[in-house]
Design a protein around this ligand. Structure first.
Ligand code: C5P
Ligand code: MG
Length: 214
């Protein structure tokens, strides 16, 4: 599929792990879908672009620092975003948190008018910042993020409480301090409290609508 006149607005949502990025992205998606049209808005999660680790043992995969920019294949993510902007469909990888690697299958994404991109390390990469039209940083307190992460990773990502605590101290928190928190300077909008911040959702929806009209 190719359509050179395709107009595509990319919104980037960054912030700590479990800060409410996915929640605000899916809320905006659901609420805008009706206005923009079902097939004209989509969400891409940076997590889908964690590098393939199928050649490594489970023991080695567990040791990977998943909060360092190198764990992610931003080359592929940029390539896909550029293709979508150019009006071409892409095959988005499917990632398994419990297996710590990419799955064999992919999901096809067709070009959209609006793409909501969400992920911890988006704003650390100048190429991604360049592709994003408006950027958001979820400034949720870290203690709230940690509580959410513990609950979620045990319930949804096949982890134990001990493994969540160990990973948090070894990599999640240090990498937040080193890479994620400093990337806040690149955000256009800083959202306090979390993904349920109603005014932030409405401001973003209004801004997207304005970008679409421009
Ligand atoms: O959804 P969220 O932004 O929390 O996802 C990013 C988090 O996923 C990172 O903080 C990283 O530690 C975690 N992750 C993981 N295991 C993987 C891949 C990512 O714990 N295999
Ligand atoms: Mg998420």
């Amino acid at each position: 599929m190719s359509d050179n006149n395709h107009h595509c607005v990319i919104i980037g949502i960054a912030g700590a792990s479990a800060s409410g990025k996915s929640l605000i992205a899916s809320t905006i998606y659901k609420e805008l879908k009706e206005k923009v049209g079902d097939h004209q808005i989509g969400v891409i999660t940076e997590d889908r672009y964690y590098r393939d680790q199928s050649h490594l043992s489970m023991e080695e995969r567990v040791k990977t620092n998943y909060d360092h920019p190198q764990a992610l294949d931003h080359d592929l993510l940029c390539e896909h975003l550029e293709a979508l902007v150019a009006g071409q469909s892409v095959d988005v990888p499917v990632y398994s948190y419990s297996e710590h690697t990419r799955m064999a299958e992919t999901t096809t994404m067709t070009p959209k008018k609006v793409i909501i991109l969400e992920g911890i390390l988006l704003l650390t990469d100048p190429r991604l910042r360049n592709l994003i039209h408006a950027s958001v940083f979820m400034d949720t307190p870290l203690d709230i993020c940690l509580l959410r992460r513990m609950k979620r990773d045990v319930a949804e990502r096949g982890r134990t409480m001990d493994s969540v605590m160990e990973q948090y101290q070894k990599t999640v928190r240090p990498m937040f301090m080193q890479f994620i928190e400093p990337s806040k300077q690149y955000a256009d909008i800083i959202v306090p409290r979390g993904g349920k911040n109603r005014i932030a959702i409405d401001v973003l929806k209004a801004h997207i609508a304005r970008l679409l009209k421009a």
